[in-house]
Design a binder for this molecule. Structure first.
Ligand SMILES: Nc1ncnc2c1ncn2[C@@H]1O[C@H](COP(=O)(O)OP(=O)(O)O)[C@@H](O)[C@H]1O
Ligand SMILES: [Mg+2]
Length: 613
């Protein structure tokens, strides 16, 4: 089993142009639209190639007017001028129509892919998510999706048309003029493209470094802001700012190199264009002076050159952006190809819960191979019974729950629910069957009502208020000015630990699963609220199989069975009385907690007496 951090893919990515191929299926959804867009494209290009010709005739006509016969020829240039305007307008119009038509295709593809990645991320295992920073992940998606939009637009609307135009122009030059015009154009275009590609390749490292620095500084900022409170507790604002500034410094220097290399690229390109233009003009001027070309021809050659190199100007940019976009898309697709460590078997049947028996059978597990956490853990929770797990912090209690939910697979032994190995059933049905009040409840940044409803999305308003009442959350909600509509803040930070836990309890009540898990569900409550909640929990657990992980032993004295864990192994089992009689770890823990409790109570009484005086 590989349990290294093998998700770190921020390293350079070798671009496979095959990535482009994987985009095709997303394009095919709108075939007619694409055909229409392509026709517009060809029409626009034909119009743009026609323009210099019209220009030539206009100039030649005007030139002819100079030589004499003014009146007779007056009608000609007027018609040509109108045609020139019309063709120019058509050129722009076709371009706009094409963009408008194709926009829909791009956006639909972006939507489809965005959704697919999102769903996939949810299907990946917990370990993947613990190893990745959420900030970095969401940037990867964002970049990937905008990369798709870029590739589509520029593939179809820049690279393709430009190549079409180049061939048309070279062909026309070849037919109409000396062969040298075509040769110069061809050489210039080839040199230009070759230079752009080579220079862009050379720059890629700088661009990538800048992107990486950008992403890193962003992750850092997000992480730091998520830990806002912690930063304040320790007064480490300056430290955080310094670290962020270090990252920003790296970003700045990466951007500088990036910019200088861009300067080299643009400079080189301009030089090639200037040389080509000059030689064409010289050649054309020479021909005009020899009277083998008209002034109109001179203007036409000039117009062709301008028209040709204008889109090529963007070539370096487009090529680089395309490569960048491809890398971003690839990175996103790599997320898509990330195989979840935990996945359903083929044709996995849904879990069939008839009685709700949970059995851990000689379970071994470690998050890393080198560090075993659970060792040969075996216990059974009989249907409808309450089994408690106690033990010191870090003993592996919460790990039991993660395994039961199949966030990880056991490395030895098996976990069975009603005789079915949980690896054989579908994860959805498994998780559907279990309700949990977790150790740390994280809430969505929306209203309390919505957060409770999350327990069962299709619950009615009455069911939701009933669950809230059962979780003893109603008293708290009545104190809030906005009541149920109070927004809880990011991760639920505006609620206290106990309030969050009560939301979690209400959710679990709403879910009504056959199996309930409480992971230190009352640990953040004071003893008075704990009593109330315990009563609620007892009502909830009624008729359910429940696994209760407890810190305070007083909350589990009524458990049918108690399992005592130490360092990932079960050291004692029995009910409360039996364990006390055993006089081992449990009995010791019990005595410690009892004496603490009586101390607490006596100090409470003392405090009250103090106040009464
Ligand atoms: N995702 C994880 N990766 C590596 N180690 C972990 C992970 N989660 C928990 N651990 C380790 O496993 C041990 C048991 O954790 P846990 O089951 O949460 O203990 P507790 O009994 O307090 O609930 C702890 O030492 C903890 O550091
Ligand atoms: Mg725990």
């Amino acid at each position: 089993m590989r349990r290294r951090n093998d998700y770190d893919d921020r390293e350079p990515i070798a671009i496979s142009w095959g990535t482009l191929k994987s985009l095709i299926p997303y394009l095919l959804e709108y075939k007619p639209r694409i055909i229409l867009a392509l026709s517009c494209l060809v029409a626009a290009k034909l119009a743009s190639v026609g323009l210099p010709f019209i220009l030539k005739y206009i100039v030649d006509d005007l030139d002819g007017i100079h030589d004499g016969g003014r009146t007779a020829l007056m009608a000609m240039p007027l018609g040509l001028l109108l045609a020139y305007g019309a063709v120019r307008f058509a050129n722009v119009l076709f371009g706009e129509v094409r963009d408008t038509i194709f926009g829909r295709v791009t956006e639909r593809a972006m939507r489809r892919i965005g959704l697919k990645v999102f769903e996939h991320l949810h299907s990946l295992d917990l370990e993947f998510h613990l190893n990745r920073s959420t900030g970095g992940l969401s940037r990867d998606i964002e970049r990937g999706v905008s990369g798709i939009s870029f590739i589509m637009r520029f593939m179809v609307f820049n690279i393709g048309p430009t190549l079409l135009e180049i061939s048309l122009v070279i062909g026309l030059l070849l037919i109409n003029y000396e062969v040298w015009f075509a040769i110069i154009t061809l050489v210039a275009v080839v040199v230009y493209i070759a230079f752009s590609v080579v220079a862009t390749e050379w720059r890629t490292g700088f661009v990538r470094a800048a992107n990486k620095a950008d992403s890193e500084s962003n992750s850092r900022a997000v992480d730091s802001l998520l830990n806002y409170e912690t930063v304040k507790y320790f007064g480490n604002e300056q430290y955080e700012a310094d670290k962020y500034d270090q990252d920003l410094g790296q970003w700045e220097s990466a951007r500088r190199k990036n910019r200088l290399s861009l300067f080299a690229l643009n400079g080189g390109q301009s030089l090639i264009v200037a040389l080509a233009m000059t030689s064409m003009m010289v050649l054309a001027a020479f021909n005009v002076s020899q009277e083998s070309m008209t002034i109109g021809d001179f203007v036409l050659v000039n117009a062709f050159m301008m028209q040709l190199f204008m889109p090529l100007n963007f070539l370096g940019f487009v090529y680089r952006e395309m490569k960048g976009s491809l890398a971003n898309i690839e990175r996103m697709f790599r997320l898509l190809h990330q195989v979840p460590k935990i996945s359903d078997k083929e044709n996995a049947a849904p879990l069939n819960v008839s009685r709700g028996e949970i059995r851990f059978n000689q379970v071994d597990f470690g998050y890393q191979d080198e560090r075993p956490i659970l060792k040969q853990v075996s216990f059974t929770v009989s249907p409808g019974q309450k089994l408690a797990v106690v033990g010191s912090s870090g003993a592996g209690k919460s790990t039991l729950v993660k395994l039961l939910y199949r966030f990880y697979d056991v490395s030895g032994g098996e976990i069975m629910i009603d005789g079915q190995d949980i690896r054989d059933v579908s994860q959805h049905s498994l998780r559907q069957a279990i309700g949990i009040v977790p150790q740390d409840t994280v809430l969505f940044n929306t209203t309390i009502y919505e957060n409770v409803r999350y327990g069962r999305i299709d619950a009615t308003a009455e069911e939701i208020t009933a669950a809230i009442r059962m979780a003893h959350l109603d008293h708290f909600i009545r104190q809030l000015p906005k009541g149920l509509e109070t927004v809880v803040g990011e991760r639920g930070l505006k609620l206290s630990g106990g309030e969050k836990q009560r939301v979690a309890i209400a959710r679990a009540i709403l879910k009504k699963p056959p199996i309930m898990v409480f992971d230190e569900a009352t640990s953040s409550l004071d003893s008075k609220s704990e009593q109330i909640i315990l009563k609620a929990l007892k009502e909830v657990a009624e008729g359910h199989t429940s696994l209760v992980i407890a810190h305070r032993l007083s909350t589990i004295v009524d458990a049918d069975r108690i399992v005592v864990m130490q360092d990932g192994a079960i050291v004692e089992t029995g009910n409360h009385q039996q364990l006390l009689a055993l006089n081992g770890f449990y009995a010791q823990l019990w005595r410690v907690q009892q004496s603490e409790r009586s101390k607490d109570e006596s100090s409470e009484v003392a405090g009250m007496n103090e106040a009464l005086k």
